[in-house]
Design a protein around this ligand. Structure first.
Ligand code: SF4
Length: 70
């Protein structure tokens, strides 16, 4: 399970594909209809390359709570 959660604000995302291009782990994809989707959130390493590059501030990466310690 991913340590990070990738939230997309669907009202702001225009599916430009910038995050698809920049993500080093390739967690994003564009569908056949050119809609951006988070395809492999479990591979997110929390680098925030996407959050910092999204021109529409549509992405928010947050660290999930560590539940292994109780
Ligand atoms: S960079 Fe932002 S606007 Fe562009 S596809 Fe990704 S989330 Fe959507």
């Amino acid at each position: 399970m991913s340590k990070y959660s990738v939230a997309v604000n669907g009202k702001w995302c225009k599916s430009c594909g910038i995050c698809v291009a920049y993500c080093p782990k390739k967690i994003f994809a564009l569908t056949a209809k050119k809609k951006m989707i988070v395809e492999q959130e479990e591979n997110c390493i929390g680098c925030k390359m996407c959050e910092n590059r999204c021109p529409d501030l549509a992405l928010t990466i947050t660290k999930k709570e560590d539940k292994t310690n109780g």
